[in-house]
Design a protein around this ligand. Structure first.
Ligand code: IMP
Ligand code: MG
Length: 181
């Protein structure tokens, strides 16, 4: 599909599934190299709902023992962030003393990961690192280092492969960008 319509907006094809898979291969390879011979069981934290497909593809490629934990946060309304992050579902397991790989669909302004890191520190995580499928460098305003980034994109609104526009578009296999005209 070259174009999709969701609610009142048109989107055009931006990143094909094959390219997404290649980027995930590369980021998984880096994580596997960094965690080679690790003796703990790091937590892979899926930030619902957006990172569900990315987490699934990433964990298939991870070759050391991990524990999958989820939480749900929301800050977006329509095509822009509200800046206020709400944890709408708590962590599904205790993370005290654990190293955590935060798996995000996209880092935009960075409010979400800043708030999430704070929550994880409060819960006693020993170390947190961010692994994001997409990163908008022009929009990011925070100092949290992004250890693993699969793809960088311009500051535009996108949907697909887990990402939504008012809950539609998450099931798209490719990533689409908002068509301005
Ligand atoms: P941040 O807190 O501004 O970094 O935004 C992070 C969250 O906003 C992501 O986890 C997404 O759920 C959502 N988001 C940011 N940019 C987009 C986009 O272009 N399309 C869809 N959702 C987005
Ligand atoms: Mg998200």
């Amino acid at each position: 599909m070259e174009k999709v319509r969701l609610h009142d907006k048109n989107f055009r094809l931006f990143i094909r599934n094959e390219q997404i898979m290649k980027a995930i291969d590369e980021v998984a390879e880096k994580i596997n190299a960094d965690f080679k011979d690790c003796t703990d069981v790091p937590v892979l934290l899926c930030v619902l709902n957006g990172s569900i497909l990315f987490t699934a593809e990433l964990m298939k490629r991870i070759d050391f023992n991990i524990q999958l934990v989820s939480t749900k946060l929301s800050s977006y309304s329509g095509t822009s962030t509200t800046g206020e992050v709400r944890q709408t579902m708590g962590l599904t397991a205790d993370v005290k003393g654990r190293r955590i790989i935060i798996v995000e669909d996209i880092v935009d302004t960075g409010h979400t990961i800043v708030d999430l890191e704070k929550i994880l520190k409060e819960r006693g995580a020993s170390e947190t690192m961010v692994c994001t499928m997409l990163y908008k460098p022009e929009s990011y305003k925070m100092d949290v280092p992004l250890k693993y980034v699969a793809m960088e994109i311009p500051n535009d609104f996108i949907v697909g492969f887990g990402l939504d526009y008012d809950e539609l578009g998450r099931n798209l296999n490719d990533i689409y960008i908002l068509d301005q005209e």
